[in-house]
Design a binder for this molecule. Structure first.
Ligand code: PLP
Length: 232
């Protein structure tokens, strides 16, 4: 087994050391408007975290997503030291952007279908009536996103096969992929109706379009193989 000691952030070169200096930085950054003392984490390993005062915590939250297998697992660190020959992407938004570009290149088409309430990251193209950030901020739209960036993005309600078929009909030969969360986690929890995903797969095949299943939230959670294994 590889031994990889967790390196306290406070010992990074040039870091301002001392618990108070760190707390001060974070207090300035955000806590001044809400009050209270921020807890500042110093190091992590497995399921545990230690703050700059030396208190130990169990991380039940998993950093809200990325630390799904815990922190600084030796096998994962080894993987980063000697990466294999395939692409890994630690930013899901970029993964979604990349796979959309691939789908467009592969099919030679430009339009995409996504579903209301689904979130595929905050790339301009996807910021059309989605859940997550935009809904949370109660914005009717996404200020700052030019109309041109979303002109090829078509949206329909989740679970509405009729609407999907309609879009393929009115945009014949123009749709590159359908992209979706197989179980929508970004606007509550919306399960797909029985046969919905299979039907989408059939429709995309019939129209020479691709189906992109964004398993950022469902991957490893619904099952080891994500929604695609769980719902199969
Ligand atoms: C389903 C889904 N796709 C993509 C993203 C974008 O992920 P990131 O914030 O890592 O770019 C998220 C983020 O919550 C997500 O829930």
């Amino acid at each position: 087994m590889l031994q990889s000691p967790s390196i306290p952030f406070s010992s990074w070169p040039n870091a301002d050391t001392g618990a108070d200096a760190w707390r001060c930085k974070f207090t300035r950054a955000g806590f001044k408007s809400v009050g209270g003392q921020p807890i500042v984490m110093d190091s992590v390993k497995g399921s545990r975290m230690w703050d700059i005062d030396g208190n130990e915590y169990i991380d039940y939250v998993g950093s809200w997503c990325p630390a799904i297998i815990g922190h600084a697992d030796d096998r994962v660190l080894f993987f980063f030291l000697f990466p294999p020959d395939f692409v890994i992407n630690e930013c899901s938004k970029e993964a979604c952007m990349g796979v959309l570009r691939l789908a467009r290149a592969f099919t030679g088409k430009e339009k995409l279908i996504m579903f209301e309430g689904c979130y595929q990251g905050h790339a301009d193209t996807f910021l059309v009536r989605d859940g997550s950030d935009v809904a949370t901020l109660c914005l009717p739209d996404s200020p700052g996103v030019p109309r041109a960036a979303t002109s090829e993005t078509l949206t329909v309600p989740f679970n509405d096969l009729h609407a999907v078929r309609g879009l393929f009909e009115t945009n014949k030969g123009e749709i590159a992929p359908v992209i979706l969360e197989p179980v929508v986690g970004n606007s509550g929890l919306i399960a797909p109706k029985p046969d919905f995903l299979e039907a989408i797969r059939r429709i995309t095949k019939e129209n020479n379009a691709l189906l992109i299943v964004d398993e950022v939230m469902t991957g490893f959670r619904l099952s080891y193989g994500g929604a695609q294994e769980y719902l199969a």
